[in-house]
Design a protein around this ligand. Structure first.
Ligand SMILES: Cc1ncc(C[n+]2csc(CCOP(=O)(O)OP(=O)(O)O)c2C)c(N)n1
Ligand SMILES: [Mg+2]
Length: 360
């Protein structure tokens, strides 16, 4: 018998639950402005998240997927990407979107069901809108990366997805093509242990998600998704590979979905209070804050100021969102096609009549 392959999957972690370094930190730890900006973005993301949930509960926003527990992953991704790279997000990427320059008011409009929320991404105009259909964004990412390769551009695509999404053909086909064509694309899987009510243990027989990369000929590694240094280092490295023409990679960032799946879900029906409590002990924001405090890079006054600033920013954006006159009902079909198909033209006319207060 000949052994053809023997693979290992490594996992990286730098900070313990109390924010104490377990190892020598990567070089980026000496970049104090980057660390402070990261913490500010994590807190802003969490503040915004809580507010959107409150808006939904009071009938002022549509169904919303909380980002609670994903803030560290999203922040690290946002900081590692160059602005001319292309970000292909799924629906739990608010932390990255903030860094990519998506205005808060647009995020509110999007989740409020207003098409105008998908515009205004001036800073990174090629970033894709949020993908709600599971894993489809992987195929889009591979398509964009193929174009970059053909044009010999020195930039990359970063696509995010959940643990559940890695069971879909779209992901598996995408990693296959990314490996076959050495595409400049980074797949970051936010493994938050749940896909609505399906636990990670039932999702796949694969011991890790990172090892799925090997089937496509890609490197795959695990990082602690609540560890800012571990995620940043892995994403920096994967983007460097992609920019340098060395091809694609997969990062499995392990975290926990601390909230309900969306505001339409009640997670207490399928998971225990003990599990949730244990997950909160791993909270990446608290861990990073403790690290910054211990390193003398953050104090109580800065914290107070930041909390007030984030609240103010969010409140002002919410006001602009609430003050915005609603779109006409025709907006439902106006952004879908360059030329509206005949079958929809009659429906659009009916919508226009409703918009003018008439009968359909
Ligand atoms: C193609 C498709 N099938 C089913 C759904 C319904 N759905 C929405 S979220 C979700 C679970 C996704 O879980 P995961 O990929 O782990 O991401 P998470 O929500 O946990 O971040 C499912 C099945 C969908 N949106 N799209
Ligand atoms: Mg999940």
């Amino acid at each position: 018998m000949k052994q053809h392959h023997d693979f290992t999957v490594v996992s990286a972690r730098y900070l313990d639950e109390a924010g104490q370094p377990l190892d020598n930190l990567p070089e980026l730890a000496s970049d104090t402005p980057r660390l402070r900006d990261a913490y500010r973005n994590m807190v802003l993301t969490r503040t915004l998240d809580q507010k959107i949930i409150a808006l939904q509960r009071t009938g002022k926003c549509g169904t919303y997927p909380s980002v609670l527990g994903h803030e560290v992953i999203g922040t690290a991704i946002g900081q590692c990407m160059d602005h001319h790279d292309v970000f292909v997000p799924y629906y739990r990427d608010q932390a990255t979107q903030l860094i990519r320059g998506v205005p808060i008011v647009n995020m509110l409009l999007y989740w409020g069901g207003d098409e105008r929320g998908s515009a205004g991404w001036e800073r990174c105009p090629e970033d894709l809108p949020i993908a709600v259909p599971i894993a489809t964004q992987c195929c889009h990412a591979v398509g964009i990366a193929t174009a970059m390769r053909i044009r010999d551009e020195k930039r990359a695509v970063l696509v995010t997805l959940g643990d559940g999404a890695t069971s879909k053909g779209d992901f598996l086909e995408s990693i296959n093509l990314a490996g076959a064509w050495h595409l400049p694309v980074v797949f970051v899987v936010a493994n938050n242990q749940w896909a609505i009510s399906t636990p990670r243990g039932l999702q796949t027989g694969s011991e890790t998600i990172a090892q799925k990369a090997i089937s496509g000929g890609l490197p795959g590694q695990i990082v602690d998704g609540n560890d800012y240094f571990a995620v940043s280092e892995a994403v920096d490295h994967a983007l460097e590979r992609a920019h340098g023409g060395k091809g694609a990679s997969v990062i499995e960032a392990v975290t926990y979905r601390l909230g309900d799946h969306t505001t339409a879900d009640d997670a207490t029906r399928y998971r225990s209070a003990e599990e949730l409590k244990a997950a909160w002990e791993q909270d990446g924001i608290k861990r990073f804050q403790s690290y910054l405090h211990n390193a003398g890079l953050w104090d109580a006054d800065q914290e107070k100021e930041l909390q007030a600033h984030c609240k103010d920013m969010v409140e002002k954006a919410v006001q602009r969102y609430l003050d915005k006159a609603p779109e006409p009902p025709t907006a439902m079909v106006d952004y879908l096609f360059d030329t509206l198909p005949t079958a929809l033209q009659g429906q659009r006319e009916k919508l226009a009549r409703i918009g003018q207060g008439g009968n359909p």
